[in-house]
Design a protein around this ligand. Structure first.
Ligand SMILES: Cc1cc2nc3c(=O)[nH]c(=O)nc-3n(C[C@H](O)[C@H](O)[C@H](O)COP(=O)(O)OP(=O)(O)OC[C@H]3O[C@@H](n4cnc5c(N)ncnc54)[C@H](O)[C@@H]3O)c2cc1C
Length: 312
């Protein structure tokens, strides 16, 4: 019988065929605390990988794109789980919080409706039941939603290592295809999202070939407004188009300073940034750029109430 195979799409757009296999033999070490996970990471170095929901790592292991001798399972670390409102109004989300818990959290629905609205766009419910916030941010797929949401919401990412704790702005965390500022011996422990003001406008929109697939292009947007409705600052983030989520600073500047109207949004679209778009078997760079222009305009119209929001 012919062996089954995965088509694997490389970051440069080329395709290679990989036979379906099982992971290479490995040991799983359950970590019981953050300190324990760090000590296991230090002890086993590049022989080990952390595993959270396994929704990105397990396919990688099954295709033997990585073959660590040890998996450090962080699922038993209760301190890494949960969503908490802080005294300053910000929201602290543990790295091990599952996508489905983000989707169904009443606190997020009230305080960070952008996250609640975006979660149903991620994969399928079975994957959201296991996938975690920390896993998605650490994996840093260019088309993943959570990295873009963290940038749009001005979030800070918390990392623990034997050297202590450091906080890094989401703006600085994502550095390329599957590349982040996280060092190999660091554990991503939490994300802190500043309080959303009632005057903050937001929108989320993406397009994928089929529901549940990674986005060909998506936009996550926040805009703070003055009491008169004028935009005081904006964050417009595109994902799925280039190597990692990118802000669109020219478009952001173009909508700051006045209360948007359909005409001023059309005008602002003339300032749409030039983005280096990738081509792959899913879509050409030209198509992704067309989508970017269409979705950015729609996101702005939705954020300011000129169009209905798009549901997945
Ligand atoms: C069919 C399918 C469709 C999908 N579609 C989408 C989609 O549309 N959008 C989307 O965003 N995602 C999608 N995903 C990915 C899914 O959301 C993953 O769950 C998520 O990206 C990774 O989270 P995880 O907890 O499963 O991480 P894991 O797979 O356990 O780990 C991923 C990587 O992160 C590292 N890691 C995990 N946790 C930590 C931590 N706390 N600190 C440091 N490193 C850590 C691991 O070592 C590993 O390198 C899809 C997955 C599948 C299988």
């Amino acid at each position: 019988m012919a062996a089954m195979a995965f088509m694997h799409y490389l970051p440069n757009g080329k395709v290679c065929t990989i036979p379906v296999m099982k992971p290479a033999p490995l040991d799983i070490l359950p970590a019981t605390s953050v300190a324990h996970a760090l000590s296991l990471l230090g002890e086993h170095g590049d022989q080990a990988r952390l595993i959270a929901g396994g929704q990105s790592l397990m396919p990688i292991l099954a295709m033997r794109l990585a073959a660590p001798a040890i998996l450090i399972d962080i699922n038993g670390i209760a301190d890494l789980r949960g969503i908490r409102l802080e005294a300053d109004g910000s929201v602290l989300i543990g790295a091990l919080t599952r996508h489905r818990d983000l989707e169904r959290s009443p606190l997020l629905a009230e305080r960070l409706p952008l996250i609640a609205a975006a979660m149903p766009w991620i994969a399928h419910v079975q994957i959201r039941n296991r996938g975690t916030l920390g896993g998605s941010l650490s994996h840093a797929d260019p088309a993943a939603e959570l990295p873009a949401l963290c940038i749009a919401l001005c979030a800070t990412i918390e990392l623990h290592s034997p050297r202590g704790v450091r906080q890094i702005a989401a703006d600085d965390f994502f550095q390329g295809v599957f590349a982040t500022a996280r060092a190999d011996d660091e554990l991503l422990t939490a994300v802190r999202v500043p309080a959303t003001t009632p005057a903050q406008r937001w929108a989320f929109i993406e397009l994928a070939r089929r529901h549940g697939d990674f986005a060909l292009c998506g936009i996550a947007l926040t805009a703070d407004c003055s009491p008169t409705g004028a935009v005081t600052q904006a964050r417009i983030v595109v994902f799925g188009v280039s190597d990692c989520p990118r802000r669109l600073p020219h478009l952001e500047s173009a909508i700051v300073g006045s209360a948007p109207s359909p005409a001023s949004i059309d005008q602002a679209m003339q300032s749409l940034d030039t983005v280096e778009a990738r081509s792959d078997h899913h879509a050409s760079s030209e198509y992704r750029l067309e989508l970017l222009a269409t979705l950015a305009r729609r996101a702005l119209r939705q954020a300011f109430g000129f169009d209905e929001r798009t549901a997945p």
